[in-house]
Design a protein around this ligand. Structure first.
Ligand SMILES: C[S@@+](CC[C@H](N)C(=O)[O-])C[C@H]1O[C@@H](n2cnc3c(N)ncnc32)[C@H](O)[C@@H]1O
Length: 221
């Protein structure tokens, strides 16, 4: 939703972004540039968040990944680059138009054989994976789509992750709206509810990181 880290002043945010951009591959940089003029460009995760997600995927030795909400493919490419050559990322989205751009850049990066794009409502794709017996087989999952679905995505992804696997949710700050009790919109309600649930859930270790628009982490115990 936001291309900047909300918690920082402008000078520090620029510093963080410039430094992080030096760690990006050439294809990632070009994908950001390709997406920037689009009206929906704000939906793309920030460069610093991409670096953190790639590092986390590497830290846990991720081989199998899930993504809910792919857009033009930036976050998926960050994670796919961090997977081994025989790794697999299942990317869920409903837009053929936006993911056509993703496919183009994944091919350029030479990781298109690692990414299995499923064009369908993500709840259906995740239910299909569960029905196929894939519970406990994924290492990392990133959710960055419709906020009303966050609760259901949490349960489905948690089941699909192996113990020690990592679940990440974007937009945990919703531009700051989650922290204002009088903000009563549905998205703020769903995101607040999920954050509180994760910190109280004995099945996971939770953490909330002030990067981008807030990154909510849950490690499956
Ligand atoms: C915020 S964007 C994702 C941005 C992406 N992670 C990135 O870094 O570029 C949200 C995406 O979720 C997709 N989406 C919305 N509702 C969905 C649903 N029910 N199932 C699957 N994808 C959905 C939209 O089409 C959109 O591409």
């Amino acid at each position: 939703m936001s291309d900047h880290t909300e918690a920082l002043d402008e000078a520090l945010a620029t510093y963080l972004k410039t430094l992080s951009a030096a760690g990006e591959s050439d294809v990632l940089r070009r994908l950001r540039e390709r997406t920037a003029p689009m009206a929906e460009a704000e939906m793309q995760i920030s460069v610093e968040q991409g670096r953190l997600m790639a590092l986390l995927a590497r830290l846990i030795g991720a081989r199998r990944a899930l993504e809910v909400g792919t857009f033009t493919g930036y976050s998926a490419l960050c994670v796919a680059e961090a997977l081994p050559v025989d790794g697999k990322l299942i990317a869920c989205d409903v837009s053929e138009e936006w993911t056509a751009i993703a496919r183009e850049f994944w091919a350029e990066a030479g990781v298109d054989d690692r990414i299995d794009l499923r064009i369908a409502p993500a709840d259906e794709t995740l239910a299909g994976l569960r029905a196929a017996g894939e519970d406990d087989t994924y290492d990392v999952a990133f959710v960055d789509a419709d906020k009303e679905g966050y609760g259901a995505y949490y349960e489905a992804c948690l089941a699909l992750l192996r113990p020690g696997g990592l679940l990440l949710f974007d937009n945990a700050f919703l531009g700051g709206r989650v922290a204002v009790p009088e903000v009563g919109d549905a998205a703020a309600h769903h995101v607040r509810e999920l954050s509180e649930r994760i910190f109280a859930d004995a099945r996971v270790d939770g953490a909330l990181v002030p990067i981008g628009d807030g990154l909510l982490l849950a490690r499956k115990r």
